[in-house]
Write a protein that binds this ligand. Structure first.
Ligand code: HEC
Length: 145
């Protein structure tokens, strides 16, 4: 009986693993894109620029971390997608330039989404849950797949 139950449990775990077949390749793509296009500013482990909390000498906010200590996880998927596609600057920056560059001409929509989905691996389970709920109101746009 015990072994039957064990086999049943193993089968369920396998089923769960295969229920989202697109996810593993997307994570790998997202990690590659992150390292190629984002890590130079946000850090190879998403740790952000040094002194990211304070404006620099130009009065611009440096690149923040994407992990639990940052606030990336507070934005819904739709908002994160717009930030990466269109770029972003803090409204209180002293300059007008987009300190967070726009990637709409550099990455295709599925690549932008993959990079954002990779950022989710840096969050705590609670943060992931909070962000998933926020994203129900503001999901990825249809073109992101
Ligand atoms: C040239 C440096 C640079 C690169 C490259 C860059 N970023 Fe940023 N990013 C920034 C800066 C600076 C900010 C903060 C802007 C502000 O608030 O003034 C930012 C902000 C963000 C935010 C908003 C975070 C928040 O808490 O509101 C997200 C999300 C983000 N970046 C994702 C990415 C992703 C994904 C990539 C790669 C595709 C990337 N960034 C590449 C500099 C960069």
């Amino acid at each position: 009986m015990r072994s039957v139950r064990l086999i049943a449990a193993a089968a369920l775990m396998l089923l769960a693993a295969f229920a989202h077949p697109g996810e593993a390749p997307r994570m790998e793509l997202g990690h590659r894109i992150y390292q190629a296009h984002c890590a130079s500013c946000h850090g190879v482990r998403g740790e952000g620029a040094a002194n990211w909390r304070e404006p620099d000498a130009q009065g611009e906010l440096p690149a923040p971390p994407h992990g639990p200590e940052g606030h990336t996880w507070k934005h819904a998927d739709g908002m994160l997608y717009r930030i990466v596609r269109d770029g972003w600057r803090d409204p209180f920056n002293k300059t007008q330039r987009l300190t967070m560059p726009a990637f709409g001409q550099v990455l295709v929509p599925a690549e932008i989404r993959a990079a954002i989905d990779y950022l989710k691996t840096l969050w705590t389970a609670e943060q992931r849950q909070f962000q998933a709920e926020e994203s129900r109101k503001a999901p990825f746009p249809p073109e992101a797949g």
